[in-house]
Design a protein around this ligand. Structure first.
Ligand code: 5GP
Length: 186
């Protein structure tokens, strides 16, 4: 793992699903796709806090376009691992998105509830285009049909942490995507 300092947090991880190296490589590929698809444009990346910020920081550093960035806070999960099914905009965008090429950047597409509702809300604001870029996708969990335009990795139905994804606000700084040992949340 590139001589990285092993952290105490690593001891709570049962299995690494996606290594730091694989993530870095895939994120670079996604950034190259975005650079190609938006040639001549200046997209606005909308990061959904808090989970997306590490992915977005890694992604944007490989996008060779004049991008701008804005953030929203929407609530879906609480301290537990079960979706509430409701999306609530807690912090809205600072920017007006009318006429802009908007890319929503999200950590993970799970049931789809959050992003279906958020996409509908943002479309009301008449962007020139709206696309969705997610680091992870759990297609087996989908209850509302939605597909991302850019997907990093499809993963099985497991609750994962790392690379911005938390359990009870912890573990976000792990540089890989891993599954927690059950005793951590039982
Ligand atoms: P959805 O509305 O698609 O069910 O939920 C999306 C949100 O749920 C994500 O943005 C993320 O905050 C949270 N979520 C879904 N699956 C996981 C997971 O495996 N790990 C973590 N940490 N959060 C998840």
């Amino acid at each position: 793992m590139k001589g990285r300092t092993v952290m105490k947090l690593d001891q709570d991880i049962q299995e690494i699903l996606i290594s730091q190296e694989d993530l870095e490589q895939r994120i670079e590929e996604m950034a190259a796709e975005i650079t190609r698809d938006y040639a001549g444009k200046a997209p606005l990346l909308v990061g959904i806090l808090r989970g997306s910020y590490i992915f977005m920081a890694d992604l944007v550093r490989h996008i060779d376009l004049p991008v701008s960035m804005d953030f929203m806070v929407v609530s879906s999960y609480g301290a537990g691992t079960v979706s509430s099914g409701l999306v609530n905009i807690k912090k809205d965008l600072e920017e007006d998105i009318e006429g802009k090429d908007v890319i929503i950047v999200e950590d993970i597409l799970d049931t789809g509830n959050t992003l279906v509702k958020l996409t509908a809300e943002l479309l009301k604001r008449r962007p020139a285009s709206l696309k969705l870029c997610v680091m992870l996708d759990k297609p087996d969990r989908r209850t509302t049909p939605i597909k991302a335009d850019y997907t990093g990795f499809s993963i099985p139905d497991a609750y994962v942490v790392g690379c911005g994804l938390d359990y009870d606000q912890g573990y976000r700084q792990l540089p890989y995507v891993g599954v927690l040992k059950p005793e951590v949340y039982e």
